[in-house]
Design a protein around this ligand. Sequence first.
Ligand code: A3P
Ligand code: MG
Length: 439
Amino acid sequence: MDQRHQSHHRPQHPNSNHHDNHQSTFKRDMDDSGRGHFQHKRFRPGQNHHPAGPSTPPSSPPTQSLSIQRQLYERDFPLYKQPVEVGHFSLDSERRFFNDARQLRYYVEPEKSCPNFDLRDGYRGRFVKRDDRVKEKLDHILRWILANRSKLQSKDTAASSSPCALGVDIVTWRGHLTKLLTTPYETREGWLLAVTRMGGTLYISEVETEAARRDRENRTERHEEMMYWGYKFEQYTCADDAQSLPDPGGVVNTNEAFCTVVQTRLAEHRLLFSGEVDCRDKDPKAPSPPANYIEMKTSLEISTPKQRSNFHRFKLLKWWAQSFLPGVPRIVAGFRDHDGVVVSVETYHISKISQLIKNETNCWKPTVCMNFCCEFLSFVKSVVTEDDPRLVHLFSWDPHRDVTYSIHRDSQYSFLPDWYVREMTSSTSRETHHHPPQT
Ligand code: A3P
Ligand code: MG
């Protein structure tokens, strides 16, 4: 690290959860104006960049950051291959993992266009909330990978020298990618993404920021209740099988989840990620997954032009990014009043959202989202070159700043569990012989 730059460091990074004095080196190469003479050392979108070669001495790593300025990403839409579902898994009412679709639900269209669903019903007595203090990191995806390795290993990866080669470049949650897609337009919430390279694959796992932890611990009672409303809407509209009806009298348990695992490619990046799916089309003739999946959403009813504009500019961005990534084609939205009563239901087709927003001034652009995500992944690949399951590069972003990173070895940020590393690095083990622990 160039000593001259250390005076620019703030004593504690605003995003960081902990001081990590002996192991961590922030590579903030910018002065606080965001402009300075070090700008040429930034990762330049669209250029080949190989700054962190293995021969770089550890004492003088390259200083780098990635700009999030939108105009840098306004170019042709990058290649994004149609996502293919390679598997799925379920988490039950106690958050136990099952390598099957037992939690997949079926969409039942409300009988009336104004259904009057009361989203507050059951909040007091029929709600089991997942403990969001527990950080599961990538564990469920890793369990799925161990149980399904043969589905992933193509001919060339099976023959490759590394037993932990998966034949993909990136493993992560869909939600983490959604955050990357929306970053060029985000003005409020930063993020921290921990990255580890093992067997040539980059694993990306989110770390809760200090600000997010504070928000989580200080939610108002009203906010807590409103977080329930989205799940309650799912209960009004989803049934356990194709023949039955929803059961609004049952318990809402947010431990339960059905997750799809998809494979796709963004430009040169081969991605494997998982995301929760709310339900599927119950028509047996519906197309195969993920094309039969439906995302359920709730939102405040729109009464004024300003509200419509805000809905297009902010909410549809998040909705689009979340569903576009795994190839979920439809969103069913319940519009509710301030008392949590659903007054109308509308379907949005993901492929039509860009048309819907095109008359909005100062609006988001899908191409900026995708190009930024692509450049971030290239940046990560160029920085994280050392294969080591205990090594974490912590990428950090705050609104109005560049993306930077810090390095942590054997720290609290290490997130690949021993059971996964052991299984992946033992070349003889195969999915039929081993059962990773449930918790
Ligand atoms: P809505 O989607 O109707 O807002 P998802 O839509 O991603 O399937 O999430 C289901 C529900 O979880 C959301 O319903 C909302 O109620 C709750 N939820 C998810 N993420 C949230 C967040 N960051 N803050 C508050 N509530 C959230
Ligand atoms: Mg939903």
